[in-house]
Design a protein around this ligand. Structure first.
Ligand code: COA
Length: 214
């Protein structure tokens, strides 16, 4: 290498992380990111009877049923952030009930014998119709986005969101919505910056936000 090429290589900005489409080999890494961010943005490890419960409710069905609308941030050889989305929530609910629910029930049983937060989470797992918010026709898609702490605050959330919105726009999807924990003030600030607005069904305890796309 010449001295000039050497200098050029040294000054080339390194790209330690990048966005790419989800691949089936990312399944466990994405599940791990979900678990490590599922307690209103913090680590949910050990909070429930199984560490598989959170990923089985909030990310794995999307990876299996809607992998076309899943992207990851790869960093140091592994997926350390993701965005997943059901572009048509009504269709997703039907497929969840048909294709995912039997597996969920086999793995986790139902809600009987559980109470508190565990019962609520299991209830969410066995009730896909919870996803049918009153605004589902105006905002047919819904999403989940999570990054490990090492990737937060560097613009990856914005870039993942832009990637998803471009894909939804290309398919003519009118809008996207999401729900979040009321205590997750960091995420709320992020969605505000992404121009999401509060939907009429939103409550202080259970905020629901939406973004019109086309
Ligand atoms: C919420 C999350 C996806 C945001 O992604 P991110 O990469 O950290 O956010 P970005 O760096 O792209 O920030 C985009 C904008 O949002 C703002 N923002 C992001 N996180 C914020 C926070 N915690 N507090 C205040 N503002 C925040 C940024 O300041 C930035 O604003 P700007 O447009 O004025 O520059 C990410 O922090 C995360 O995964 N958190 C933990 C898991 C989680 O809570 N997921 C959401 C569950 S509903």
């Amino acid at each position: 290498m010449t001295a000039m090429a050497d200098a050029a290589a040294a000054s080339t900005p390194k790209s330690p992380a990048f966005i790419r489409r989800y691949r089936p080999g990312d399944f466990d890494d994405v599940s791990r990111v979900c678990l490590l961010t599922a307690d209103a943005g913090g680590d949910a490890t050990g909070l429930f009877s199984s560490d598989d419960l959170m990923p089985d409710v909030y990310v794995r069905p999307y990876l299996l049923l809607e992998s076309r609308f899943a992207w990851v941030v790869e960093s140091r050889g592994a997926a350390r952030g993701y965005i997943v989305c059901a572009p048509d929530t009504r269709a997703f609910v039907a497929r969840y009930r048909e294709e995912w629910l039997p597996r969920f029930v086999r793995e986790h049983d139902g809600v009987e014998g559980f109470d508190g937060e565990e019962r609520k989470l299991r209830g969410a797992g066995v009730t896909p119709e919870r996803m049918l918010s009153p605004e589902v026709d105006a905002y047919p898609a819904h999403l989940h986005i999570d990054l490990l702490p090492e990737l937060q605050g560097q613009g990856w959330g914005r870039r993942l969101m832009q990637t998803l919105v471009a894909a939804l726009s290309a398919e003519g999807v009118a809008g996207v919505h999401l729900s979040l924990a009321a205590s997750n003030t960091g995420a709320r600030a992020f969605y505000d910056r992404m121009s999401f607005v509060e939907l009429s069904s939103s409550t202080a305890e259970s905020p629901t936000l939406g973004l019109r796309i086309s």
